[in-house]
Design a protein around this ligand. Structure first.
Ligand code: SAH
Ligand code: SF4
Length: 409
């Protein structure tokens, strides 16, 4: 694991001068007793080998553990009743099945729930790393919006997460752990069927904090577990990964994960997209759309979603809508218009409702499904782009003060 000093992160002088990408701090230090959540079957077998489980036993033990963790949602080894007592004690001595710690739960008046989750940080002097995870119930589905990073390495100007300085990649376990926390809190595991027998978490979207394609390996490993048919078992069609356009990892997403793709497009001209999504300077619109045309597995029944945030007077004209339709020609696409969700200190405003309707109508008449995403959980700052945890980098002076306090304690 690389350890980059906190000083390596440049404070954001202003959004315009912000570097294209911030450096991710890799200061995750696994707890003394690591959690087994997030390991692949092969990694689990390896861990079992390390505590002396005989090679002939490992496959069976892995199967048992997988079932207890991902079908039953066991939170302790003690619950795993078909595992021998001795084995349970051995597991307990070395591992946990812990998920991220829930430090706050907020429930919006529209039923949306937001959990603030605490993750281990690398240094005692750092504030704990925190991410948010949001559950959005609808009549026919329940969608969980999952984070991939603490903060984000990118600086989209309309996004609250982008203003956060501290960045750490989540581990696969911390990503799967968010789905498990939601199932825990909603009582949504196999042996705790809801009265109707229906599952509450039916869909997962990687649309929380962070850019999932800048944490590719962990996101891939986590989504393979979430979609594993012998475990949590969500179909890959019900999992959507949203990216701001990390072109080199788009084909890999199709090949190695096979989930639905969403692209945060937000502008149809490079000049404007360079400003809204600065990563566009590295991977401009034409390159991004080429990658979409080549996306493995896309078809008319597996369309790519293009997300388009509606910013008043910035990107919401009918000319923009026309160019959008032109650009997407030949790509199996649907367009998701997102009313801009304001956050404290933003310089943007949401487009007027009649303008959103006009834009949507134009796109619809051109043959694209163009639903307007209803903002959910705005009252608890849980809507798209409003997520931001308090995990800011401490200044050198703050760290020094903390150290001094620790010494006098
Ligand atoms: N980093 C990824 C996924 C997380 S953001 C990405 O950018 O795609 C999920 C979606 O919310 C993206 O389309 C993002 O552009 C959008 N979004 C960000 N800030 C927003 C805001 N304030 N209002 C509405 N949508 C926003
Ligand atoms: Fe990061 Fe996505 Fe927000 Fe851009 S929109 S700053 S990529 S989380």
């Amino acid at each position: 694991m690389t350890s980059i000093p906190t000083e390596a992160i440049q404070p954001q002088a202003s959004l315009r001068d912000a570097p294209l990408e911030k450096v991710a701090l890799e200061t995750y230090v696994p707890p003394a007793k690591p959690s087994l959540i997030g390991l692949s079957r092969a990694e689990l077998a390896e861990q079992l080998g390390a505590i002396g489980v005989a090679p002939g036993q490992r496959k069976m033990r892995v199967q048992q553990l997988w079932h207890w963790m991902y079908v039953r949602g066991a939170q302790t080894f003690d619950e795993m009743s078909n595992v021998s007592k001795g084995m349970r004690a051995e597991l307990e001595q070395h591992f946990t099945v812990d998920r991220p710690e829930v430090v706050a739960e907020q429930i919006s008046n529209d039923g949306t729930r937001k959990w603030l989750l605490r993750l281990p940080s690398g240094h005692a002097s750092e504030r704990p790393h925190e991410v948010e995870c949001v559950y959005i119930p609808e009549t026919d589905r329940g969608t969980l919006c999952v984070s991939s990073q603490v903060g984000c390495t990118l600086n989209c100007t309309f996004c609250h997460t982008g203003t956060q300085r501290l960045v750490r990649n989540l581990t696969a376990g911390e990503i799967v752990g968010q789905v498990m926390v939601a199932r825990d809190r909603l009582n949504d595991w196999a042996d705790r069927e809801t009265p109707s027998g229906n599952r509450l978490v039916t869909n997962v979207v990687m649309m929380g904090m962070g850019e999932p394609l800048y944490n590719f390996d962990a996101v891939r490993d986590a989504l393979l577990i979430v979609s594993d048919g012998e475990g949590i078992g969500l179909s890959r069609r019900r999992i959507t990964l949203s990216t701001s356009g990390v072109v080199p990892n788009i084909a890999r997403t199709g090949d190695e994960i096979g989930v639905m793709l969403a692209i945060s497009l937000h502008a149809v001209r490079d000049e404007l997209r360079n400003e809204l999504v600065p990563l566009n300077k590295k991977y401009p619109i034409a390159e991004l759309l080429d990658a979409c045309r080549a996306y493995p597995g896309s078809s008319n029944s597996r369309r790519i979603t293009f997300e388009y945030v509606m910013l008043k007077g910035v990107n919401d004209s009918l000319d923009d809508a026309k160019l959008l339709v032109k650009l997407l020609k030949g790509i199996p696409a649907k367009i998701n218009l997102i009313p801009f969700n304001p956050w404290p200190g933003t310089r943007y405003e949401c487009s007027d409702w009649d303008q959103i309707e006009k834009f949507s109508e134009y796109v619809f008449n051109a043959g694209y499904s163009s639903p307007v995403r209803t903002p959910r959980g705005r009252d608890i700052l849980a809507a798209c782009g409003q997520l931001k945890s308090e995990s800011e980098k401490l200044s050198a002076r703050e760290r020094q003060a903390l150290r001094a306090m620790a010494m006098t304690d």
